[in-house]
Design a protein. Structure first.
Lengths: 546, 460
């Protein structure tokens, strides 16, 4: 009976007229991951990956003669379809399409609107089914109306077990599908390369610095932590990551119809025993309506995050294969040495570098506003080295986080974890390693002298406004107290207000980045004093009453 | 059973035949502008009887702007146009049945035995109240299955918002008609793929138009025309969007191409008829040029009194021409240009992208793809001295470093030179891009470092 009905109505599938060729993924696969342009140094959240990737894959396709639509299945969910490049197709590529209307119960009803379906009613007790031809009249706002030979009814408002059996083929797919419409002069089998950008990826560098007991050198190791937040696995892929900030217009909004369940919303269903309230019709959620699903989903995330924290633990490493670095224009490309499988929703780590005995200079420092009085505060500890061969480095260091550990007998101790910017070769590297309660800094303004005021008339506002100026002369003192047994190096950087000049200091400062820098050595269990004098002109405006 | 089905199908067909005339042979042409606006022209042949009647148009855009609809057909006078939003839902149908009779079918659970009764719908507030004979009942108050069967659907309830036009026709018969309207939800932009070859400093550029349809409707076999240019649109969709100038056009061109124009807009017709499906992104190629010379350089822009304690990456900039001679040889519709470059193994890798505006032919485009890892600039305010009451002297240093094994040229731009700011001393000659911006072209040796210094005199 079903067949006779289809024939009677001259039913044709909704598919395109061109021959349809589905292409499974196979062959070479390459994934290059780029960092989130805006992410500074925080860790990777698998659920909110701001980076993206360039995915390239090769597929073998048999193309019939004439027009055919080649569908690429199993592309990443986050594909930015406008960026897709397809090479190797014979003949003319008429157009590339990405269809975001997905197969869902709601889409099936919408596609069948005005067409024939089979209404199936099942007796709940006996299990006996009755089938009746019907036509869907409406699916507006979640309610479904249909017409049978008996009249017009609403789906699932009667309390009977009823549903539709669809007899229409649709060309709707389960996931957004990328396809190309080609016209080939002959039937042929070709190798096609598809590459596209996709979001839902990210990577970061995680450095682990282990300071030697004498604080004169460190071992520096690093991981590349890369993440795939897509629901698609990339088996045996050649994987690369790219360091450096690049422009990416991420505002590419693409329509996506995730589909809706058939809600079968009815008319008001209140009964005489109901409290007087507007009835609330339960709506099914796309993740299923039980709360347990949502909890399970969250638990997955927690596990994934925990793994990323383990990354920074200073585990004694056996020799690992390092990623290979190469120059890519103005960027750095790091290649994972072997093909690797990047599974869906995964965080993966590969070794970036392992350097031993990197000479470092440990110093204590403070950064103060000139002439500001400061109560005793702990000095900041910083490791300084240079990114060159003499310091056992000399390779580009991509931005990420540095965790510094100190060794104490057999155990290790986390000192601090700080962000690191992109460091090119020959640049200085400074890594903060916390503050020290043993070294305290205090500052006090000793004297302030103001010279007699002098009136100035501005050229334009003569007679309206008068300025009065005076030269202010300040002397300040900074004291550093060292409670540790050994002598330490201390650096004080001063921030001067605009127009303030340093006119004298003991000891004599040097200048760095346009700011005065004092370097002193504080003996073990001793103190040091820095005294400086500044001068600036203070200007006050006085209104002259007319 | 079979006989009954066939009979019923026949009756449905006759119902369909009685529906207002919507002929199968229709021909759609779609003109899409770059700012989310499209003109749809729908040519159908319609069958009308003489006199006054209503014609319904289905499959028009779900986001149609009804006030822009116009219908042109021979011998028709339009009385009124309606766009009906009243949707057919179970609740709405029950509401419209108040005061009317419906058939209710009680189904005995277990046996499945059916009892039919006529019922008058009294009210639908909260629950449905029915009058059956002399009794008044609440529908399904006991939770047992009851089917409600309606005889007909009121005229103005529909599955989708529907456009209808009431016309007066001088005579009956079939005739061609054109329905045209404006709709948002259809848009396009260009996507370019540029492969840069570092060895010979050339780019290959492919251009695709990317068409998106979120209008809720599929346009089958449409004749499609894309218009590069944004007509002003007062519908409120884009009025908030401020056109942000992008500093990508280094020099505007003065050449004319062979592309078809309409007023000052360029037209990009799509060669073949195409089906624009709802929620589809479609790409059609329009440009493919190889071996266009391109320059690669660096740029660093500093704000007035900008000072930094760590070196800042310079921007990596690519420049090329759209001229017919040594250029792309076409005007470029607005869109995104993605740069690729081959890695050591010869695989193309993405190196950044930027947006370009509608660009005339013969222009020079300068696009930044991102930050350079190895070329950095550290600006420092060395000293700022007050010279008397309203004048200042500012000494600046720009430390340029290059960790690449080849020398590079960096354009250092100092902005914010307001008023009559002068440069009293500088370590190398500057040029003024404008009164406010000074530019130095600094060559930094391979794996080297160079300091640029300048002293600015300002008054206010």
């Amino acid at each position: 009976m079903r067949r006779s009905l289809a024939l009677m109505l001259g039913f044709v599938p909704l598919g395109a007229a061109a021959a349809d060729v589905a292409v499974q993924r196979e062959g070479a696969l390459a994934v290059t991951i780029y960092r989130a342009p805006s992410r500074s140094s925080e860790g990777i959240d698998l659920d909110d990956l701001g980076g993206f990737a360039l995915v390239s894959e090769t597929r073998t396709v048999s193309i019939p003669e004439g027009e055919s639509r080649i569908r690429f299945e199993g592309v990443a969910d986050g594909i930015e379809s406008a960026s897709a490049i397809i090479t190797g197709l014979p003949g003319d590529v008429l157009e590339k399409n990405r269809d975001a209307r997905l197969l869902s119960p709601g889409a099936l009803v919408a596609a069948t609107l005005g067409r024939s379906v089979m209404l199936v009613r099942t007796n709940r007790k006996t299990g006996k089914q009755t089938r009746l031809p019907a036509k869907i009249l409406s699916d507006a706002e979640g309610g479904v109306m249909f017409e049978t030979s008996e009249g017009i009814e609403a789906l699932r408002c009667s309390g009977l077990a009823e549903t539709f059996s669809f007899i229409t083929n649709t060309d709707l797919a389960a996931t957004p599908t990328l396809s190309a419409l080609v016209r080939s002069p002959t039937a042929t089998t070709v190798k096609v390369t598809l590459s596209y950008l996709a979001h839902g990826f990210d990577w970061t560098a995680n450095y682990v610095a282990t300071l030697s007991p004498d604080s004169k050198s460190m071992d520096l190791g690093a991981w590349v932590t890369l993440a795939n937040g897509n629901g698609v696995t990339f088996p045996s892929a050649q994987t690369q990551v790219v360091a450096g900030r690049i422009n990416h217009e991420s505002g590419d909004v693409q329509p996506l119809d995730m589909g809706e369940p058939i809600l079968a919303t009815c008319w008001p269903m209140g009964t005489t025993s109901d409290p007087v309230e507007e009835p609330v019709i339960p709506r099914a959620s796309p993740f299923g309506d039980s709360d347990s699903n949502a909890t399970a989903f969250q638990e997955v995330l927690v596990t994934a995050q925990r793994r990323s924290y383990e990354a920074v633990m200073p585990i004694a490493m056996s020799a690992a294969q390092l990623v290979q670095e190469e120059q890519l224009g103005d960027l750095k490309l790091y290649r994972v040495p072997e093909h690797t499988t990047l599974t869906s929703r995964q965080i993966k780590q590969v070794r970036l570098l392992d350097r031993r005995d990197v000479p470092v200079e440990l110093f204590y420092g403070a950064d103060l506003e000139a002439n500001q009085s400061v109560e005793s505060t702990a000095a900041e500890r910083t490791l300084r080295t240079k990114n060159d061969a003499a310091h056992h480095l000399g390779l580009p260091l991509p931005s990420g986080r540095v965790a510094t550990f100190a060794t104490r007998k057999d155990s290790t101790l986390l000192l601090d974890e700080v962000p690191l910017r992109d460091v090119a070769v020959d640049e200085d590297v400074e890594i903060g390693v916390g503050s020290s309660a043993d070294v305290q800094v205090s500052a006090v303004r000793e004297t302030t002298k103001v010279s007699p005021r002098r009136a100035v008339d501005p050229p334009l506002l003569r007679g309206v406004l008068r300025f009065s100026s005076a030269v202010v002369d300040d002397v300040s003192r900074v004291e550093i107290h060292n409670a540790s047994r050994s002598a330490i190096r201390f650096e004080l950087r001063l921030r001067l207000d605009e127009g303030t000049q340093l006119i004298g200091a003991e000891p004599t400062p040097m200048s760095r980045d346009g700011r005065p820098l004092f370097k002193v050595v504080v003996p073990g269990q001793g103190s040091a004093v820095i005294r400086y004098r500044t001068e600036h002109t203070s200007v006050k405006a006085i209104h002259i009453p007319l | 059973m079979r006989g009954k089905t066939l009979l019923w199908v026949g009756s449905v067909l006759s119902v369909l035949g009685a529906l207002p005339a919507v002929a199968a042979d229709h021909d759609v042409s779609v003109t899409i502008y770059a700012n989310d606006l499209a003109l749809v022209q729908d040519h159908r042949s319609i069958n009308v009887t003489g006199g006054r009647q209503r014609i319904e148009f289905q499959n028009v855009s779900g986001k149609i702007r009804p006030e822009t609809v116009s219908l042109a057909a021979d011998g028709l006078t339009i009385v009124e146009q309606n766009f009906d939003f009243d949707l057919l839902t179970p609740a709405k149908l029950m509401e419209k049945a108040v005061g009317q009779e419906v058939t209710i079918v009680r189904v005995t659970p277990g046996t499945g035995a059916e009892t039919r009764e006529k019922a008058l719908v009294l009210a639908t507030n909260g629950g449905v109240v029915l009058k059956i004979g002399e009794r008044i009942e609440v529908l399904r108050d006991d939770g047992l299955p009851v089917r409600v069967i309606f005889d007909k659907v009121p005229d103005n309830l529909r599955a989708r918002p529907t456009l209808s036009v009431t016309v007066n026709s001088a005579h009956g018969g079939t005739r061609p008609a054109t329905l045209s309207y404006l709709t948002p939800g259809l848009g396009w932009r260009a996507d370019y793929v540029a492969l840069f070859s570092e060895a010979d400093s050339k780019i290959d550029v492919q251009g695709w138009v990317t068409l998106t349809n979120s209008s809720g409707t599929t346009y089958d076999d449409a004749k499609t025309l894309l218009v590069a240019g944004s007509p002003s649109n007062l519908s409120g969709n884009n009025s908030w969007a401020v056109r942000r100038p992008r500093p990508t056009l280094a020099e505007a061109g003065t050449e004319s191409g062979t592309r078809e124009r309409l007023g000052d807009f360029y037209l990009y017709p799509i060669a073949e008829r195409t089906t624009i499906a709802n929620l589809q992104t479609k790409q059609v190629s329009f440009l493919d040029v190889h071996g266009v010379p391109a320059e690669h350089g660096y740029e660093y822009r500093n704000v007035w009194l900008g000072t930094s304690e760590t070196p800042q990456s310079a921007k990596s900039v690519y420049r090329f021409s759209t001229s017919a001679k040594a250029g792309l040889g076409d005007q470029l519709p607005a869109g995104i240009l993605r740069f690729y470059m081959r890695d050591k193994r010869g695989d193309p890798q993405f190196i950044g992208e930027n947006q370009i505006d509608h660009t005339p032919m013969g222009s020079i485009i300068s696009l930044s793809t991102g930050d350079a890892f190895d070329v950095k600039v550290q600006p420092t305010v060395l000293k700022r001295t007050s010279l008397g009451d309203f004048a200042w002297r500012t000494e600046m240093r720009y430390s340029l470093t290059n960790a690449l094994p080849k020398s590079v040229q960096v354009a250092v731009l100092q902005g914010g030179l307001w008023g009559d700011t002068t440069i009293s001393a500088e370590s190398q000659k500057s040029t003024r891009r404008s009164a406010d911006v000074a530019e130095w072209l600094v060559t930094v040796p391979a794996n080297g470092k160079i300091d640029l210094t300048a002293t600015f005199m300002t008054r206010y």
